[in-house]
Design a protein around this ligand. Structure first.
Ligand code: NAD
Length: 691
C-alpha cells in the first residue's frame, strides 16, 4: 500500500507510504484520491490530515517511474491537487522533513499547512533542467511573495519551514511546531472544521511581483545561470503569477514544463543525476562487500592538499592525525587551515565554536608512530616517487593491520607505491582536487591488488565527507587530468594557430565551462607547468618547446599571484584584462614562424577543445581506466567545471553524434599524424553512443 487511511476522533489521517522518499508515483497518486473520497464520503469525518512519514513528507516525483507510462497515468498530480483544493471538507497538510517538488505542490493544494520547524521545503526541479509542473511556480509566489519564490525556484535550494514561517506576511504555514506534527495538524483540523469558505492558495494574490523586487534574482542568474534555460524560464513564470489569473498561469507553466522536458538540457541534467548514482556501483565488486570501519584518519603532509583533505574529515567530526616532516611545515599548514576556517566564520558560514571544535579534533605530529591507531591514512606529501616510496615503507611499519593506505598522487603509479608495502591489497589512490575542502570530485584509484572491501571503504568514506566519488584504474593522470592534458594541448594549438586567450576563454565560457583554459591557468599558476616542462627539457633536450608559454613565464607572468599572466590584473582584482604584452608576444611568435594568424569562430574553438576531451575519453573507456562513459561525465562535471546542463563530454558526444565528432577531429588534425581513438571510429561507423 502506498497510502494508509486511519481516523482519529473525527479527523481522517491520510498517510503517504511509498519508501524511501514518498515519491508521488502512480499508485500513490491514486491512493491519495481514493483516501480523500473515502473521507469526504464518511459521515464520521469532518476534516482530513494529509501527511507523510517521519522525516519525509514527499520528495516529489517518483524518479524510478521516469520514462515509463506510469509517470503520466491518471490521475496526474495536477488532478490530485485539484481534488484537494475542491474538497468540501478541510484538508490540512502535516509536514515533517523533506517536502520537495511535487510534494510541496501537493501541500499547496491543501487548505491549511502545519510543519515541523526543521522541515526542508523546496522546488528543486531546475536541478533536472525543469520547472515545477503542478502549479509550484504559481502557488509558491502566492504564499511567500514573488521575490522569495523566484529565489527558491530558480536556485532549487531548499529552506527550512522555520525560515519561511518567519517571513513577513507569509501564508505558507498556519503553524510551525517542534513536536508531533500530526497531533498539531489534528488539533488545527478540529478548530477549523466548521470554517467556510475553505481557503485556497489559488485565490490569494501575489505580493512583491514588481520588477524591482526580482532584480536580485535576475542579477544572480546573469552571473551564474549563463546559458542554463530552466532558471530563466522559472523566473518568467513567477512573473506571470504576478500578472495573470491562476488558471492561465498554470497553463503557461505546463507548456514550459513540457518544452523543457523534451529539450536537450533536461535530458543532460537527468543523465548527470543518474550518472552520479551509477558511479556508486562497481560491477565486479559483490554488493554485499562491507566497508571497513573508519573512525579515525591520518593525513601525511600538511601542504596545500593535506590541509584541505584533513578539513573534510574535521568537518564531518572525524578525528585526524596530521603528520609533517618539519615543525615549520606543520605550523604553516595548521595556520592555513585555521585561517581557512576563520574565513568561513567571517562569512557567517561557521561559528567560532565550530572552528574550535574542528581544530580540537586535529592532532599535529612529526612522529609517524602516531598514525598507529588510524583506520585510514591518506598520503599527500611531495609528488615524487622516492618520497612516496619512503612514506609508504614507513606506513607499512607503523599502520595497524587492516588500515586503508591511500595516496593522493596525481600522476604516480599506485601499483608501484603499493609494491613497497607488505600489504598491497590495502593500498589505493584517493585523488582529491584543489581546494580539497571545496571541490566535490574524488577519483578513487583502484590498484591491481586493491581489495574489494578497501575500494568500498574509500567510496563510503568519500560519500561520508560529501564527495562525488568515481572509480578509476591506474594510468598517468587517471581520468580527469589525462583528458585535461589533451584539452590544454587543443587550447595551445588554437593559440599557435592565431586565436587569442580571450577568444578561446570566452568561447569556452559561453559553451558553459565555469572558466576558460587561460583564465584557469592564471588562477592555478603558470609556473607549475613551467617547472615540469623545464625538468622534461633537461631530461630530453630534443623535445619540442612550448615556446609561447615558456616566453610568458620567462617574463615572470605566472598568473593572478604575480598580477600578470595570460591576462593583466589590477591589484586586488581577479578580473582578467586582455594584455597588450601577450598580444605582442603572440604577434612576434606568428611573425617569426611565418604563421599568419587566422581567425576562429566560437563554434570551432569549442569543438577543438571539447572534441579533444571526447577522443581521450574514448581511449580511457576502451582501456578500462573508467568503468563507464557516464563516470567520465561525472568527473568532468564535478571536477572540471564542465556545464552540467550539457551532461558531460561523453553525453555531449552522443548528442552531437560520434561520426560528426570524428569528422571534425580529422579535419582539425589534418597532416599532424594524429590517430583517432578506435572506439570513436567504431561508434562513428555504427552510429553508436557512448552512454
Ligand atoms: P605541497 O608541497 O603543498 O605539500 C606537501 C607537504 O608534504 C609539504 O608540506 C611537505 O613538508 C610535506 N611532506 C613532504 N614529505 C613528507 C614526508 N615524508 N612526511 C610528511 N610530510 C611530508 O604539495 P601539494 O600540492 O599539497 O601536493 C601533495 C600531493 O597531492 C602530491 O602528490 C600532488 O601531486 C597531489 N595533488 C596535488 C594537487 C594540487 O592541486 N596541488 C591536486 C591533486 C593532488
Amino acid at each position: 500500500m502506498s497510502t494508509q487511511y486511519s481516523v482519529v476522533g473525527r479527523t481522517a489521517i491520510l498517510r503517504l507510504d511509498n519508501p524511501p522518499v514518498n515519491g508521488l508515483g502512480h499508485a500513490t497518486r491514486q491512493g491519495i484520491v481514493q483516501g480523500l473520497h473515502r473521507a469526504l464520503d464518511s459521515d464520521d469525518v469532518d476534516a482530513v490530515v494529509l501527511t507523510g512519514r517521519e522525516g519525509c513528507f514527499s520528495a516529489g516525483a517518483d524518479i524510478s517511474e521516469f520514462g515509463t507510462p506510469r509517470t503520466t497515468a491518471a490521475p496526474p498530480l495536477g488532478d490530485v491537487i485539484a481534488a484537494l483544493e475542491d474538497a468540501v471538507k478541510p484538508v490540512v497538510a502535516a509536514i515533517d522533513g523533506t517536502c520537495f517538488g511535487g510534494g510541496l505542490e501537493l501541500a499547496l493544494g491543501a487548505h491549511y499547512r502545519v510543519a515541523t520547524s526543521g522541515s526542508r521545503i523546496g522546488l528543486p526541479e531546475v536541478n533536472l533542467g525543469l520547472v515545477p509542473g503542478a502549479g509550484g511556480t504559481q502557488g509558491l509566489p502566492r504564499v511567500v511573495s514573488a521575490d522569495v519564490a523566484a529565489d527558491m525556484i530558480t536556485s532549487g535550494a531548499p529552506r527550512t519551514a522555520r525560515e519561511l514561517a518567519d517571513l513577513q506576511g507569509q501564508r505558507l504555514f498556519d503553524r510551525v511546531v517542534d513536536g508531533d506534527v500530526i497531533a498539531a495538524a489534528v488539533e488545527l483540523a478540529v478548530e477549523i472544521a466548521a470554517v467556510r469558505p475553505l481557503p485556497r492558495v489559488r485565490d490569494l494574490s501575489v505580493e512583491n511581483a514588481g520588477a524591482a523586487s526580482m532584480n536580485a534574482v535576475r542579477e544572480r542568474l546573469r552571473r551564474r545561470g549563463r546559458g542554463f534555460l530552466a532558471p530563466a524560464a522559472a523566473l518568467a513564470l513567477v512573473e506571470v503569477a504576478g500578472t495573470t489569473p491562476f488558471e492561465e498561469g498554470l497553463a503557461e507553466e505546463r507548456k514550459t514544463f513540457l518544452e523543457l522536458m523534451d529539450g536537450e538540457q533536461s535530458a543532460a541534467l537527468r543523465h548527470a543525476f543518474f550518472a552520479e548514482r551509477a558511479a556508486r556501483k562497481v560491477p565486479d565488486v559483490p554488493r554485499e562487500t562491507a566497508a571497513r570501519t573508519v573512525d579515525t584518519v591520518a593525513v601525511i603532509g600538511a601542504g596545500t592538499m593535506g590541509g584541505g583533505i584533513a578539513m573534510n574529515f574535521l568537518d564531518a567530526g572525524i578525528p585526524v592525525v596530521i603528520v609533517e616532516s618539519s615543525q615549520e611545515a606543520l605550523d604553516r599548514g595548521l595556520g592555513i587551515m585555521r585561517r581557512n576556517y576563520q574565513h568561513q566564520v567571517d562569512k557567517g558560514k561557521l561559528t567560532p565554536d565550530g572552528l574550535e571544535r574542528r581544530m580540537a579534533l586535529l592532532t599535529p605530529t612529526l612522529d609517524y608512530a602516531d598514525v598507529s591507531d588510524s583506520d585510514l591514512v591518506i598520503e599527500a606529501a611531495f609528488e615524487d616517487m622516492d618520497v612516496k616510496r619512503s612514506v609508504f615503507t614507513r606506513l607499512d611499519q607503523v599502520a595497524k593491520p587492516g588500515a586503508v593506505l591511500a595516496s593522493n598522487t596525481s600522476t604516480l603509479d599506485i601499483d608501484a607505491i603499493a609494491a613497497v608495502t607488505g600489504r598491497p591489497a590495502d593500498v589505493l589512490g584517493m585523488h582529491f582536487f584543489s581546494p580539497a575542502n571545496v571541490m566535490k570530485l574524488l577519483e578513487i584509484v583502484r590498484g591491481a591488488d586493491t581489495a574489494d572491501d578497501v575500494l568500498v571503504t574509500a567510496m563510503a568514506v568519500g560519500q561520508r565527507i560529501g564527495k562525488t566519488g568515481v572509480v578509476a584504474r591506474v594510468c598517468d593522470g587517471f581520468i580527469g587530468n589525462r583528458m585535461l592534458a589533451k584539452y590544454r594541448d587543443a587550447a595551445m594549438d588554437l593559440l599557435r594557430s592565431g586565436a587569442t586567450p580571450a577568444e578561446i576563454d570566452s568561447a569556452a565560457e559561453n559553451f558553459g565551462f565555469a572558466m576558460g583554459p587561460f583564465r584557469t591557468a592564471d588562477l592555478a599558476g603558470n609556473d607549475i607547468g613551467w617547472a615540469i616542462r623545464k625538468r622534461r627539457y633537461a631530461e630530453d633536450p630534443g623535445m619540442p618547446r612550448e615556446e609561447i608559454s615558456d616566453a610568458l613565464c620567462d617574463m615572470g607572468r605566472f598568473g593572478q599571484k604575480t598580477g600578470a599572466g595570460w591576462y593583466d590584473y589590477e591589484p586586488g582584482s581577479r578580473q582578467a584584462i586582455p594584455s597588450p604584452v601577450v598580444e605582442d608576444l603572440l604577434a612576434s611568435f606568428h611573425e617569426k614562424r611565418g604563421t599568419k594568424g587566422r581567425t576562429f569562430e566560437a563554434d570551432e574553438i569549442v569543438q577543438r577543445l571539447v572534441f579533444a576531451l571526447i577522443d581521450e575519453g574514448a581511449r580511457i573507456l576502451e582501456e578500462g581506466i573508467a568503468l563507464r562513459a557516464s563516470d567520465i561525465d561525472v568527473v568532468y562535471i564535478a571536477g572540471y567545471g564542465f556545464p552540467r546542463y550539457r551532461g558531460g563530454p561523453m553525453f555531449y558526444a552522443d548528442t552531437v553524434g560520434a561520426a560528426q565528432v570524428l569528422a571534425r577531429l580529422r579535419r582539425f588534425h589534418e597532416g599532424d599524424g594524429w590517430e583517432p581513438a578506435p572506439l570513436l571510429v567504431e561508434l562513428a561507423a555504427e552510429a553508436g553512443t557512448f552512454n
